[in-house]
Design a binder for this molecule. Structure first.
Ligand SMILES: [Zn+2]
Length: 251
């Protein structure tokens, strides 16, 4: 009798374990809970090998809810798009040191000092630069369109540049008083360019590129974002004067 009871408990346990395993398999990991059993595809493994940056593949897989289209696959797709991106021309009004450096965004990234990418399940941020040299990618990253994703990588990568000034409090705009929400200056000189500066010029390249690389919707969104950056993310904005000197228009 004890043996039969024990056997029954044992069988029930096996059934319960099976049901739990099955539900994880069918529904995947719960977003943000990090219990996914997704396995890296051969294509993703090959892509990771081809990049110059380290990708913490397990962190992306762990928080994936759809094993047929993991966070890892989605992120690698945006990296591949960034690697293939080339702006064929720089229109005169936006020709400066920063835009010249961004004509091949992947080459720009390779000059920076971050080491790679990892996924962090934060519900508050899109991405962040970690002092240990990695760029953290968070949930909101995957909600943005491709241009937003690529400009985010460019922004975070610039944080690893030793000469780049860090964000500061906003003295103007909607975010006035917010610590670390603004750059001091919208620059045209590469060495002095902060993260919002490179993000701004990257988006300008997207908007003005003759070879229409991105869809109309993305280009419109990029244009709106440049307006938003100028209005609310810089304490000082420079503008080309007619004699090509730089003048301060907002202080
Ligand atoms: Zn930043």
């Amino acid at each position: 009798m004890m043996y039969r009871d024990g056997l029954r408990v044992c069988i029930m346990s096996i059934i319960m374990v099976f049901i739990c395993q099955w539900s994880v398999f069918v529904f995947g990991g719960v977003e943000g809970k990090g219990n996914s059993h997704c396995i890296m595809s051969a294509q993703d493994a090959a892509d990771i090998k081809s990049f110059e940056f380290k990708i913490d593949s397990q962190s992306f897989l762990k928080y994936s809810s759809d094993c047929s289209n993991t966070r890892l696959t989605q992120f690698l797709l945006s990296l591949k798009k960034l690697r293939a991106l080339k702006f064929t021309d720089i229109p005169k009004p936006i020709d400066n040191e920063v835009t010249r450096a961004l004509t091949r965004p992947w080459e720009f990234l390779k000059t920076k000092h971050f080491t790679g990418f990892t996924f962090v399940p934060s519900g508050k941020i899109v991405a962040s630069y970690n002092a240990n040299g990695t760029i953290n990618i968070a949930n909101h990253y995957f909600e943005g369109d491709i241009v937003k994703q690529l400009s985010t990588i460019i922004h975070e990568a610039q944080h690893s540049e030793v000469t780049a000034p860090w964000h500061e409090s906003c003295y103007t705009g909607q975010l006035i008083g917010s610590a670390g929400a603004c750059d001091s200056v919208l620059e045209t000189r590469l060495k002095l360019a902060g993260s919002y500066t490179v993000e701004y010029w990257f988006l300008k390249m997207v908007v003005h590129a003759k070879n229409k690389i991105f869809g109309e919707k993305s280009i419109i969104a990029a244009g709106l974002r440049t307006n938003e950056l100028v209005a609310h993310r810089f304490n000082h904005v420079f503008e080309h004067a007619q004699n090509n000197d730089l003048v301060v228009v907002v202080t």
